[in-house]
Design a protein around this ligand. Structure first.
Ligand code: FES
Length: 576
């Protein structure tokens, strides 16, 4: 009988409580021998690999090959890999919205990491909500963690035009709605918009969050942009497995030590330079909250004003993730940004970024990662607005908006929820002009529920057919990171909890003043008080996760995490 101390590491960690630790250890190992493992294998450091393979997640279709490569790396470095499933979320396969389930995935990840005998873990993620959920869970679980993104898709072609998900999906759909292209062209393009496995290959939420995870030190340098289906992605997987064994042996670094105020600030700088997804602000706030930090939206705005957009990718620019990869990836961007980022924070190698960047190949494609004196946009990729309509803030992807709409005053046209909008938006009788401000409410964290990506309200059919491409739109919803337009999102507090958006009526004047960073409802206070007295909150769901969500979700400016999961005490200190 093995007389070594139990409970300290590897498979002896976190024993099931039968009241006799040696028996628990004996029984667990008996089960493992049933899997064909020998005593020599059972003594190795254990690396868990959280697989998010699912037939309902086409973005993760290459996960099995990536997991094999990670397992190979773990074996090569002397560890023992154990693959286990967690929830997997795909944007198009989650009713009513994947955001509703992000916190459930974070809880699943956290609880599995706290229950299983792992010394370190590799979390295989990619599609929008998965990487944020995995980092949130990892920070709270306190297990040394790496993220292995599945990687972005390669681009397709139609009629000589390069196509990719999902900016071109939206552009072509708008062209079809306005009658610019016919159904045959649309169908043909559908075959080319997502020609390989992987995540959306523009700078949408998946790409943004992979880059931010790399910045925070969860993804090995360069790993966020390697396409899903090239051999380098598998070599990256192998290297990730090897690094995970080092972390398992050393017991760190712990996720909490990576998510520091400095690292969060670096992530915001990178987000602005990428011209990244608005959704990243919600996820960063939630991740920061798990580590006992906070995301200051006013600082986000200040950073944006001083940070040029350097990465020329759609939806703001022209390229796709494969271009960023060939241009040198995220490390090439970090080096180009110089003192704008603090290089003392740790990369996933365990070394400070300064050391990693020194050794990174010096070549960069200046057309994809622009020099500081020739940016894609001078700054303000994401701007924060406040005002009587958004006391706790709202966000505008300024770099994807139309300049002449940034100072705008117009009458509101209000839609009460996504269904109301869908039912009326193409009504030829809709009383709307290009100068109207389209308001979508009842689509926030509680009202949505789960803040669906409906904030980029379609241009009403009759205006789209007349050639109108953009209008000011305001909502408490989110929008896809792949979308564009003069769209003000995440209005906080949301209408369902009585935020000012609930008080807007058709015809009320709304003023957007980007220069002053204001979003105001131009209605007298007395009238607003009268309307407020009439406000009634919608009924909460009767049961289940939806009820838990509605009762505990925080507002957008605090990251939509659950109140009982966020805050100082939620960060895992060290493993038991
Ligand atoms: Fe999965 Fe876009 S839908 S990354």
């Amino acid at each position: 009988m093995n007389e070594k101390p139990i409970g300290a590491h590897g498979l002896s960690r976190r024993l099931t409580r039968y009241g006799d630790e040696r028996f628990s250890d004996f029984l667990r190992k008996a089960f493992l021998k049933a899997q064909g493992l020998t005593e020599a294998a059972l003594d190795r450091p254990v690396v868990g690999i959280a697989s998010t393979e699912s037939d309902f997640n086409p973005c993760h279709a290459s996960a099995p090959q990536l997991v094999s490569a990670i397992r190979r790396g773990v074996f090569m470095a002397g560890g023992l890999p154990f693959t286990f499933p967690t929830l997997s979320l795909h944007e198009s396969f989650a009713y009513p919205s994947s955001m509703l389930l992000r916190n459930l995935m974070a809880m699943d990840t956290e609880e599995m990491l706290k229950a299983l005998p792992v010394d370190a873990v590799v979390l295989v993620g990619g599609c929008d909500k998965t990487i944020p959920a995995q980092i949130m869970g990892a920070v709270s679980a306190g297990v040394p963690s790496l993220i292995a993104p599945v990687g972005p898709m390669l681009t397709g072609q139609d009629e000589g035009e390069r196509l990719g998900a999902c900016t071109d999906c939206r552009r072509l759909w708008s062209a079809y709605r306005s009658g610019e292209i016919d159904e045959t062209r649309l169908q043909r393009a559908q075959d080319e918009l997502m020609p390989t496995h992987g995540t959306c290959m523009v700078m949408g939420t998946a790409s943004t969050m992979a880059c931010l995870a790399e910045t925070l030190g969860f993804v090995l340098p360069g790993g966020s942009s390697i396409p899903a289906v090239v051999s380098q992605r598998l070599r990256f997987g192998e290297a990730t497995g090897r690094r995970a064994v080092e972390m398992a042996t050393q017991g760190g670094p712990l996720p909490r030590s990576l998510v520091t105020p400095t690292a969060i600030r670096n992530a915001v700088v990178v987000l602005q330079a990428l011209g990244g997804s608005t959704n990243a602000l919600i996820h960063l706030a939630a991740i920061a909250g798990r580590a006992g930090c906070s995301l200051d939206l006013d600082e986000v705005d200040r950073i944006g004003q001083g940070t040029p957009v350097l990465v020329d990718l759609k939806p703001i620019g022209r390229g796709y993730m494969e271009d960023l990869h060939r241009a040198g990836g995220l490390p090439a961007l970090l080096r180009r940004m110089g003192s704008m980022v603090d290089p003392s924070t740790l990369a996933a190698t365990g070394s400070p970024w300064a050391q990693v960047l020194e050794a990174w190949p010096s070549w960069t494609d200046d057309e994809v990662i622009r020099p500081l004196d020739r940016p894609v946009a001078p700054g303000e990729a994401l701007a924060i607005l406040r005002g009587s309509l958004a006391p706790e803030g709202a966000v505008l992807k300024r770099a994807a908006a139309r300049d002449d709409l940034l100072q705008h005053e117009g009458p509101a046209l209000v839609f009460d929820g996504v269904e109301d909008m869908a039912a009326r938006i193409d009504d030829p009788q809709l009383p709307v002009t290009p100068g109207h401000v389209l308001v979508l409410r009842g689509a926030g964290p509680v009202g949505g529920p789960g803040m669906p990506e409906a904030g980029s309200t379609p241009i009403p059919g009759k205006l789209a057919r007349a050639g109108v491409k953009d209008m000011v739109r305001v909502s408490d919803a989110r929008m896809s990171g792949t979308a564009y337009g003069t769209v003000i999102l995440h209005v906080s507090p949301e209408s369902a909890v009585g935020g000012p958006l609930a008080l807007v009526r058709d015809g009320d004047l709304i003023r957007l003043d980007l220069a002053a960073r204001r979003l105001d409802l131009l209605v007298e206070d007395r009238e607003l008080s009268r309307r407020k007295a009439e406000f009634r909150s919608p009924a909460l769901p009767a049961r289940g996760y939806a009820r838990l969500y509605a009762e505990h979700v925080l507002q957008a400016h605090r990251g939509c995490d659950f109140d009982f999961l966020s805050g100082e005490e939620s960060a895992g200190e060290a493993m038991e």
